[in-house]
Design a protein around this ligand. Structure first.
Ligand code: HEC
Ligand code: HEC
Length: 208
């Protein structure tokens, strides 16, 4: 419960930062992909490279993945604090345009120097522990190359913000939230404690 509150506070911070752009009319006919994707920058950073620890980096993710996730936010199938409302503001075509544009951007590691402020520091001790747990859990069956790999279903995790990955681990573990995830993954996640999952988040975030 406590965690949920903290998370909402961080999200509201992001909302305020992104509010100005979110409020503008962005769905005008003929808007370029870059213009449409600019709306996302208020929270997810320029070209989807997130500058804040609670916001995921989305630039450089696969367009198929982004489109699928946006559709799930829109339908409500995927729980969210804010993305449901945002996704409803776009047609399928606009979402495809935005996703294509974001997918063309280079992935920037959250570990890179210009983003080193205001974040949970990756603990090499936890990352080492996480590496062993990831092996034990056979997470690489899907998250190949230490989380570097991605496809239309699976997001890249290597170099993602550690705080965001920790939130996701908690959400995945929380059955009441029903976060969409493959059965084979849910079975594995269940076997680990929250502390162990957090260590795995440190491991993936530490990868470049
Ligand atoms: C007001 C802030 C804000 C804006 C603007 C915003 N997002 Fe988000 N986004 C979030 C938050 C917060 C989350 C985490 C899910 C949630 O709680 O809604 C998120 C999550 C996501 C995710 C899931 C990433 C993952 O790996 O799970 C995707 C994809 C995404 N946003 C795409 C977009 C796109 C595309 C746009 C622009 C059309 C956009 N977002 C605009 C705040 C924002
Ligand atoms: C059967 C394939 C599979 C296995 C095995 C698997 N995952 Fe996943 N994982 C996925 C898919 C697919 C997603 C995207 C789910 C979604 O949000 O739609 C995902 C998403 C995630 C996310 C959220 C990332 C983000 O940016 O939103 C985390 C964290 C995660 N997995 C951790 C793990 C861990 C830890 C293990 C091992 C214990 C594991 N996964 C094993 C397929 C798998």
């Amino acid at each position: 419960m406590q965690r949920k509150k903290i998370r909402v506070l961080i999200m509201v911070g992001g909302l305020l930062a992104g509010g100005a752009m979110f409020g503008s009319s962005n769905a005008e006919a003929g808007a370029t992909a870059a213009m449409l994707a600019d709306t996302c920058a208020g929270c997810h950073g320029t070209n989807g490279l997130s500058g804040g620890p609670a916001m995921p980096t989305i630039g450089g993710m696969k367009t198929e993945y982004l489109q699928a996730i946006m559709a799930e936010f829109k339908s409500g199938e995927r729980p969210s604090t804010i993305m449901g409302r945002i996704a409803k503001g776009y047609t399928k075509e606009e979402t495809a345009k935005i996703s294509d544009h974001l997918a063309m951007q280079p992935w920037g590691n959250a570990t890179s120097a210009h983003q080193s402020k205001n974040r949970t520091h990756i603990s090499s001790k936890l990352a080492d522990q996480g590496e062993k747990l990831v092996k034990k859990g056979k997470c690489e069956k899907c998250h190949e190359d230490n989380g570097m790999a991605q496809d239309e279903d699976t997001p890249r995790m290597a170099g993602q913000w550690v705080d965001y990955l920790i939130f996701k681990m908690h959400d995945l573990k929380n059955k009441d939230l029903n976060v969409p995830q493959p059965k084979k993954m849910a079975k594995r996640i269940k076997k680990f404690s929250v502390e162990e999952l957090e260590a795995m988040a440190h491991f993936y975030a530490s990868q470049k």
